[in-house]
Design a binder for this molecule. Structure first.
Ligand SMILES: Cc1ncc(COP(=O)(O)O)c(C=O)c1O
Ligand SMILES: [Zn+2]
Length: 389
């Protein structure tokens, strides 16, 4: 069953519908009387929480169960953890959404799937649709998708079409095309995808043994922050937990319409020319903005923005101090946390969500480093180079 978050109207779960007639976003209502307390810290993986998920079929590449590390070198005296979503099958948290979303597509009898993507959604949908034997169409912003992600989409056999425009333009086109072409849209406007992503909350609670005080994550189209908040609320509504975390969303300065709205007040206004090195969150018109605003308000959370410089410094710090290589969008979590901590706006146990693997976007690293000239192959020259550089 689906319910409109604006007017409360219900829709059947077996209809292909993305928005309410009133224009509001839809969310899945789960029967929480059916769930059980499986949170014993063992065998953590997405389908462990099957009873919370509104699908019967299962298209899986064994997603979830990603590591939760304490950042003991960067914050030796604080309880700061990092959930490394780069360890999912295609290297990002999107796999959580796609295992459920593509399973739903199969249940609905769809054989074609479509999305607009800044890259990770494309990589993930291409892989899961290949697994399910479906045709996959992907619209990407021309010239602005990281190399690793693009190569994934291509090798999984998706039809990849660059659009003359940014992500927001591509998503608008996808929504217009969906009914004409009888394809199933698997952007985060699809409420079933968010059901998969809410398992991030379940795993954090399962691995940590408690609900943290803060969950910090990058915000682009704002699906993930809404999904994780729904997960924590369901845990509480089912009587499994009592506490709820504060949801802390981080946007890139050049693509921060939600931060602007919450700081300045007033209506939501998209940002028309989003720009940031973190291409995954280069989004000016987040489709799930109303769900995200609800998550921030209900959780007494925060939204903050960080500069590209702060993002790249945080990416280097994580990789060089903790051994964890994340893509720029994911480093926004750490950059945002540092900024808020210095302003004394966050304390207590914190989980940073690192949404995607660093290898997704190798150019952003290679552009900043250069190799020295090759050294003569003798021990003396090599010793000289090693000791003097
Ligand atoms: C690595 C990464 N981080 C964060 C996000 C933003 O997630 P959302 O669009 O759900 O806010 C994306 C979305 O593409 C992403 O690929
Ligand atoms: Zn409605």
């Amino acid at each position: 069953m689906l319910r409109c978050i604006e007017c409360g109207r219900f829709y059947r779960g077996d209809e292909v519908v993305y928005r309410c007639e009133c224009g509001g976003l839809l969310e899945v209502i789960v029967d929480l009387s059916r769930v059980d307390d499986v949170f014993d810290g063992k065998d953590v993986r997405l389908w462990k929480y099957e009873r919370f998920l509104p699908v019967r079929k299962k298209v899986s590449l064994e997603e979830g169960g990603t590591p939760l590390y304490r950042l003991k070198n960067i914050f030796p005296s604080l309880r700061v953890f990092l959930k490394n979503e780069g360890a999912n099958p295609t290297g990002s948290f999107k796999d959580r959404g796609m295992t459920v979303g593509v399973s739903k597509a199969l249940e609905l009898g769809m054989d074609k799937v479509l999305c607009a993507s800044t890259g990770n959604t494309a990589a993930s949908l291409a892989a899961y649709s290949a697994r399910a034997g479906m045709k996959c169409y992907i619209l990407i912003p021309g010239g602005k998708v990281a190399l690793g992600k693009l190569s994934q989409a291509l090798i999984h056999g998706a039809k990849v079409i660059p659009v003359k425009g940014n992500f927001d333009v591509a998503l608008k086109l996808v929504m217009e095309l969906s009914s004409d072409l009888r394809v199933y849209v698997l952007n985060s406007i699809n409420p079933f995808r968010l059901e998969g992503q809410k398992t991030l909350a379940f795993e954090i609670y399962d691995q940590l043994g408690e609900v943290p005080d803060n969950v910090v994550l990058p915000v682009g189209n704002a699906g993930n922050i809404s999904a994780i908040w729904k997960g924590f609320k369901e845990l509480a509504m089912a009587g499994i937990t009592k506490k709820l975390p504060r949801m802390v969303g981080i946007q890139a300065e050049g693509a921060s319409p939600l931060v602007r709205m919450l700081k300045e007040g007033g209506e939501f206004r998209p940002c028309s020319n989003p720009e940031t090195v973190a291409t995954a969150i280069r989004i000016g018109n987040p489709v799930n903005w109303s769900k995200a605003v609800r998550a921030i308000r209900e959780s007494k959370g925060l939204l903050e923005s960080v500069s590209d410089g702060e993002i790249l410094r945080a990416q280097y710090r994580l990789a060089s101090k903790e051994g964890i290589f994340v893509e720029p969008a994911s480093a926004a979590s750490l950059a945002g946390f540092i900024k808020l901590k210095d302003l004394h706006l966050v304390d207590g146990t914190t989980v940073l969500v690192a949404t995607g693997h660093g290898l997704k976007d190798p150019n952003v690293v290679l552009d900043r480093f250069s190799l020295p000239n090759p050294v003569d192959p003798d021990v003396e020259s090599m010793k000289e180079r090693i000791l003097n550089h």
